[in-house]
Design a protein around this ligand. Structure first.
Ligand code: 3HC
Length: 697
């Protein structure tokens, strides 16, 4: 028998235990061990009922993702689940932690299921570009009916034990904390009552109730909006529908075919890259795992604006008290009022109880004095982008805060070293760049200055985890990783419109690629004045910044959503961008004024110029060591800008397009369009010369 699965007996209960850290994934060793342990249980004449339980932090969390893409060694997962379901002795699964994917499918193959109250179940395969491939699409609907199975499988979201009990997925929820004790007690009850085996595949009621229903087509219509461009959610629906149209064995065959289609799709490769990249970013190059981390039990925030308020909520949400300092009482009251409104809205949507709202608000206090920062562990400055103001603030913080307080700036572009130079403790200064809306977006771009200590770097990465963000540690330069690339894309998009494209054409190319919104819809959200002010500052500083049709929008007070008109126009109460003939006229006038001829621009050119300009910049970012690895850049874009996870991030996407193809285009645009942004990155040239990819770095 393999060491990762053992068989033992307690009284008349045969216990099959999986112990394969960290998450008991169904590797080949676990699968074959499970078969051997079941055989032992069947042969053990003293065992009346068999119990499947796991050691460590969780029940089986799914198939072993690291084995994907390699030839499947027998026994396969579906075969394993079938063998369990066929057991002549009643089988009980006892669940703690998370029973996910193949793990839940194993539990569905067992005849009875008990879970601890804290446990969660789910079929998250869709988030890996897959569908449940070991009977999940055939067995779950037999317990829950079509609608709930569709919701659970196509969302991949976890379901808490109590809800799973109500849905019929679990038989019992145990309030204790000892999963083995809970499993043994329930198995004993089954043995004492002489309950028979009960196979999910034989259940018929829910199938009969929803057979031929139009719920599947309705669901597909919803997915057309929610999961546009994605492959696996639609395949999930097809597989679930097969559970209603076909006998069980044929449904399983159909599930297998659809699973294989997903497995072979490039989206699966992209999703799995994203999954591992998200976990890899926490392992920072050159930062030992043993680096000491400072305690962060209280936080100060400067600025009660949109960013400051959103940042404060992140800490209150995990029980860390926050003091927000503003200059004026009015601004403070307004900021605190918005925080309350945001929480109240979450309560209205049922995401928080009124008590949780009050508890969180109670953790956030307002103040007009920096003196209140005397004893906090971390201060995050979130005022507008002005170096002089930021330096003044950091000098004040340096004088007031206790030794060891981390002084962070939420700057999105400015030089962290220059900010740090205003203090006598540059080793404690760091960038913590949140993305708007800061209480929602999952990315936290932590920016290391040249003097930031390892302890501070490790602490801000730990803080990211604590507040449930994905932290990426990056180097210091104008715009860091995310905004530096975004600025290149923004400038290129603007130029494409100068040359003849329409804003809506550019945006459609980007949303067709899978971004949630296009460049110009995003400008309207952020405010047209933001980019305008940056261009004006650069012009005032004597830089050559070409005029743009977007300057005209700003000058006419078309500032975006906030003035209900920007690149697009907006109806009262709607955030839906509507193309505006007035903007077409402004663009047309601008072209005439600048004597720019307009030409037909293809979608392919838009895609290449918006994406390749970013990839070229990203190669320079890697070359300069601003990002340590290509996957850091992928994670920044997936979690900060909504780059579709199923394409794996811009670097993974570039590897799939082919770096030779991209380099050839970059060289062409360097000739045709010109400019620093199209000067091919040395790293890109080197990789192509060596026949390598970003993923090989
Ligand atoms: N296979 C292999 N490794 C896995 C894994 C899996 N299914 N799930 C997690 N891991 C690894 C992670 O990569 C990480 O490794 P590392 O320490 O070397 O970086 C380690 O386990 C711990 O994972 P997390 O850092 O994510 O730990 P958390 O405690 O935050 O979360 C979890 C635990 C909720 C289980 C989360 O890891 C998770 O969601 N895992 C994926 C679950 C999943 O998608 N299962 C479905 C797989 S597909 C399938 O089953 C197909 C079947 O239908 C045929």
């Amino acid at each position: 028998m393999s060491e990762v699965v053992t068989y033992s007996r307690e009284g008349n209960i045969g216990v099959i235990t999986v112990n394969y850290p960290p998450v008991n994934a169904l590797s080949h060793a676990v699968r074959s061990g499970l078969i051997a342990a079941l055989e032992q249980g069947q042969e053990d004449s003293e065992a009346k009922v068999l119990l499947l339980v796991c050691e460590g932090r969780t029940f089986i969390a799914g198939a072993d993702i690291r084995e994907f893409g390699k030839p499947m060694q027998k026994p396969g997962l579906a075969e394993l689940v079938e063998t369990y379901e066929n057991s002549e002795k009643p089988l009980v699964a006892a669940i703690h932690g998370t029973a996910l994917g193949g793990g839940l499918e194993m539990a569905l193959g067992c005849h009875y299921r008990v879970a601890l109250n804290s446990a969660k179940i789910g079929l998250p395969e869709v988030k890996l570009g897959l569908l449940p491939g070991a009977g999940g699409t055939q067995r779950l609907p037999r317990l829950t009916g079509a609608q709930k199975a569709l919701e659970i499988i196509t969302s991949g979201e976890f379901v808490g034990a109590k809800d799973a009990l109500a849905l019929g997925i679990l038989d019992v929820v145990d309030d204790g904390e000892d999963v083995k004790a809970a499993g043994l007690a329930y198995a004993q009850q089954i043995a004492d009552e002489g309950k028979p085996v009960r196979r999910v595949r034989d259940l018929k009621d829910k199938i009969a109730a929803d057979k031929g229903s139009d719920v599947f087509d309705q669901f597909r219509a919803v997915l057309q909006k929610k999961a546009r461009g994605q492959f696996s959610p639609f395949k999930c629906v097809d597989a679930i529908e097969a559970a209603f149209d076909l006998p069980f064995a044929e449904g399983m065959k159909r599930e297998r075919e659809l699973f294989t289609e997903c497995m072979d799709s490039p989206q699966r490769a992209g999703q799995i890259h994203s999954f591992f990249a998200e976990r890899e970013v926490s392992k920072v190059k050159g930062l030992s795992k043993d680096t000491p981390v400072r305690d962060v039990n209280s936080v100060g925030i400067i600025g009660a604006g949109t960013m400051g308020g959103g940042i404060a909520m992140n800490f209150a949400n995990v029980g860390i008290p926050v003091i927000i300092v503003e200059m004026k009482q009015e601004a403070l009251d307004k900021g605190l009022g918005i925080i309350r409104k945001n929480y109240e809205n979450s309560a209205k949507k049922g995401r928080l109880t009124q008590q949780q709202v009050e508890d969180r608000i109670a953790l956030i206090t307002g103040s007009l004095s920096y003196d209140d920062f005397k004893s906090v562990d971390l201060v995050i400055e979130a005022v507008f982008e002005n170096m002089a103001v930021k330096k003044e603030i950091f000098a004040k913080l340096d004088a007031i805060c206790k030794p060891g307080t981390i002084l962070a700036s939420n700057t999105s572009t400015l030089d962290v070293d220059e900010i740090a130079s205003a203090t006598r403790r540059p080793e404690d200064v760091v960038g913590m760049h949140f993305f708007s809306p800061a209480n929602v977006m999952k990315l936290l771009e932590n920016v290391r200055g040249s003097k930031t200590s390892d302890e501070v770097k490790a602490t801000v990465m730990a803080v990211a985890k604590k507040i449930k963000k994905v932290g990426v540690l990056v180097g210091n330069c104008h715009g860091f990783v995310g905004n530096r690339m975004l600025h290149r894309r923004g400038a290129e998009a603007m130029t494409l419109v100068n040359e003849g494209a329409t804003p809506q054409q550019v945006d459609k190319v980007l949303t067709d690629l899978g971004y949630p919104m296009g460049q110009f819809a995003m400008s309207d959200l952020a405010g047209i004045d933001v980019g305008y002010r940056i261009r004006e500052e650069r012009r005032n500083a004597g830089e050559q910044v070409a005029p743009s049709w977007m300057d005209k929008l700003a000058e006419q007070n078309r500032l975006g959503q906030k003035t209900m008109a920007g690149v697009y126009k907006y109806e009262e109460g709607s955030r839906n961008p509507v193309p505006d003939p007035e903007v077409e006229r402004i663009i047309e006038d601008f072209r005439k004024e600048q004597d720019i001829g307009s030409r037909e621009i293809t979608d392919q050119e838009i895609l290449e110029r918006c994406m390749y300009v970013m990839v070229n910049e990203a190669a320079k970012i890697l070359e300069e060591g601003i990002a340590d690895r290509a996957l850091d850049i992928d994670v920044v874009w997936i979690y900060g800008y909504g780059f579709p996870a199923y394409r794996g991030g811009p670097m993974f996407w570039a590897d799939q397009v082919g770096l030779d193809v991209i380099l050839a285009a970059v060289e062409k645009y360097h000739g045709d369009v010109g400019g620093e942004q199209w000067k091919p990155a040395d790293l890109l040239k080197q990789l192509v010369a060596d026949g390598k990819k970003f993923g090989d770095l």
